[in-house]
Design a protein around this ligand. Structure first.
Ligand code: GDP
Length: 302
């Protein structure tokens, strides 16, 4: 956008996917940190506009006229949901991203920042990678400063705790909760040996705020804990067991897929920008997530 010629508008941030896992964490962090440098924030949820629809997307952007966008909305799911619906994941995410970027250009957004959680199977993964192509094209053609963040496995309060469609951490929390009630073991799917880097949604939200205000590259940035903090699914299950004081034991259902064994991501670029970056200890974050789920069982997405 060539907003250079016009008087700068006050910062107004539109967050798509504002009621999801990362959106809710961002709401909390923005509240805590005093509205992120006086910006006005609008959190959009799927009830406000269907981002699969170009007209609805544009009218939401025209209504709010944001200067900055944090684009979190996406079709998201865990390994098992992805395996069944690669085509849907590809189409929904490509269409949503195209609609959001087009609408952003039309209302003169100066900075957009795509941050959907998790990389999974090819439908989802290719749609997500297209964002980088789109961002570079928008930068060339309109001068937009649109960038993408790539988080590793995100978890926290307000996640989707659905066992068949969701990701591993909320799935384990929900399964342990049920197993505790029923007096059965916690069944971990697969061998428990695959390894993942987990990031707490509130830590991610703080980093997203930093990207929005201080990161000026078009090239994406990985937002993740370090490679040394990668843990096995078994260790993740043990953290859930400890946090819930679950006594029923763990078993492994090796008839279920392990998915990708490792997807180790380097956070060297993040550390270069932010040598001070600190993350909530994993066990503490798991405990807070388990406590949130137990306290909000009736209303949690599951
Ligand atoms: P991914 O990191 O994109 O593969 O997605 P997930 O968050 O769904 O993690 C999948 C990994 O966790 C695989 O190794 C699964 O075998 C393992 N896993 C163990 N139990 C569960 C569970 O209850 N739900 C899910 N989604 N994965 C599980």
């Amino acid at each position: 956008m060539s907003d250079q010629d016009k008087a700068p508008r006050p910062m107004k941030v539109l967050v798509t996917g504002g009621s999801g896992l990362v959106g809710r964490a961002l709401q909390q962090v923005v509240g805590e940190e005093g509205g992120a440098k006086d910006a006005e924030w609008v959190f959009l949820s799927s009830k406000d506009a269907d981002l699969m629809n170009p007209e609805e997307t544009l009218s939401a952007f025209l209504e709010h006229e944001p200067t900055h966008v944090v684009h979190l909305a996406a079709m998201i799911g865990g390994l098992f949901h992805n395996m069944r619906h690669n085509l849907d994941f590809w189409r929904h995410n490509v269409i949503i991203n195209d609609n959001v970027l087009q609408a952003a250009v039309k209302v003169g957004v100066v900075k957009i920042h795509n941050g959907p959680p998790h990389e999974t199977n090819f439908g989802y993964a290719y749609a997500k990678r297209m964002i980088d192509v789109q961002n570079r094209a928008y930068s060339q053609q309109f001068g937009g400063r649109f960038t993408a963040v790539i988080p590793t496995n995100v978890f926290g309060p307000h996640d989707n705790f659905n066992i068949s469609r969701g990701h591993v951490l909320p799935g384990l929390v929900h399964k342990a909760y049920c197993a505790q009630k029923e007096g059965t073991p916690l069944v971990v799917w697969g061998s428990g040996r695959p390894r993942r880097q987990f990031i707490y949604s509130l830590d991610l939200a703080r980093l997203i705020l930093w990207v929005l205000t201080d990161y000026d590259e078009i090239d994406p940035i990985i937002l993740s804990v370090g490679e040394e903090d990668e843990i096995s699914i078994k260790e993740a299950a043990e953290a859930v067991v400890e946090a819930m004081d679950f006594k029923g034991g763990i078993s492994f259902d090796t008839s279920k897929s392990d998915g990708q064994f490792m997807k180790t991501a380097s956070n060297a670029k993040l550390r270069r920008y932010r040598p001070d970056v600190a993350f909530t200890p994993f066990k503490q974050a798991v405990k807070e997530t388990c406590d949130w789920f137990a306290a909000n069982y009736d209303s949690a997405r599951k």
